[in-house]
Design a protein. Structure first.
Length: 296
């Protein structure tokens, strides 16, 4: 029971940290900074933090073919693709709406996981996912619909972010860490992310130079990258402990916290429907139990 409690605690903390990334990122993209320029900063910070910790612990980063596929997969499914879609959409949509969209991760992850045989069909788990879906509708419908209907295309664009996150969780389960810990995995993925994102950001004139006085936008990118790194390391760790479907439930908490942080940071306001939805999200998380082999 205690080991499950530890997993739920990790889920809540990751949700709070990751939820703060969306309103903070909104500050950066609202002034014209674009996706791959931000991804470059994220990759650099990931390399510094993950690489520093890896070297400090006396570990190395293997670059054999098998490990390279792991790094490429995590970089693409967990950073390059979803961040492009979410950051691009964030420039045009309220941060709260982006937070809501991310809660669709488990709805994408579950059918993939079932098809690959990593999770067994369960009425309770489907009910948990249903509670989360209803909570999304409660938040999006009554009070946080798009302020500009012409932006609906960006809403559909944002849906690709949870799709790729759902694929990533199952990719991680399929490939396995091959003996690497989450910090090493993120180190390798950050190296791949930097190699890919730098030429793209330069080619599309999205590069963001750090060699100038920092305004709120640069600090927002920096802080968001730090928070994203911490939450992501925890997410990769949790996938190995509790499986991709349970881990993907963090999306529900990211949504709830993202709404709260958006209210505090950006002044967004929502009705009591949001708080009712928050309760439903917690129920949904509780219904999607960790696998029995989970360890604390």
């Amino acid at each position: 029971m205690r080991r499950h409690a530890n997993l739920y605690l990790a889920l809540i903390v990751m949700g709070a940290v990751w939820g703060a990334v969306f309103p903070i990122t909104k500050i950066a993209v609202s002034t014209g900074y674009q996706a791959y320029g931000i991804i470059v900063w994220q990759s650099v910070i990931g390399i510094v933090l993950s690489g520093g910790i890896t070297l400090w612990r006396g570990k190395k980063l293997p670059f054999s073919r098998d490990y390279m596929w792991l790094f490429i997969g995590i970089a693409f499914f967990g950073s390059l693709a979803p961040n492009y879609f979410s950051y691009t959409a964030t420039a045009h949509l309220p941060a709260g709406v982006i937070s809501i969209v991310i809660a669709l991760v488990p709805l994408f992850a579950m059918p993939i996981s079932l098809a690959m045989g990593y999770e067994k069909p369960s009425a309770i788990r489907f009910m948990g996912a249903a509670f989360g879906a209803v909570a999304i509708v409660m938040i999006a419908g009554p009070s946080t619909g798009l302020p500009d209907p012409s932006k609906v295309g960006y809403l559909f664009l944002a849906l690709f972010a949870p799709l790729f996150y759902g694929i990533e969780g199952n990719f991680m389960t399929w490939h396995g860490p091959r003996g690497l810990d989450p910090v090493q995995i993120l180190f390798g993925a950050s190296v791949v992310g930097l190699i890919v994102s730098v030429p793209i950001s330069i080619g599309f004139d999205q590069i963001i130079t750090p060699f100038k006085p920092w305004s709120a936008q640069e600090w927002a990118i920096f802080i968001a990258a730090l928070l994203n790194w911490g939450a992501y390391v925890g997410f990769v760790w949790l996938i190995g402990r509790a499986g991709p479907v349970f881990s993907s439930q963090v999306a529900y908490l990211v949504t709830a916290w993202g709404v709260v942080w958006s209210m505090l940071f950006l002044g967004e306001r929502y009705s009591m429907w949001v708080w009712a939805a928050f309760v439903l999200m917690l129920i949904g998380v509780l219904l999607v139990q960790p696998r029995e082999k989970a360890k604390a």
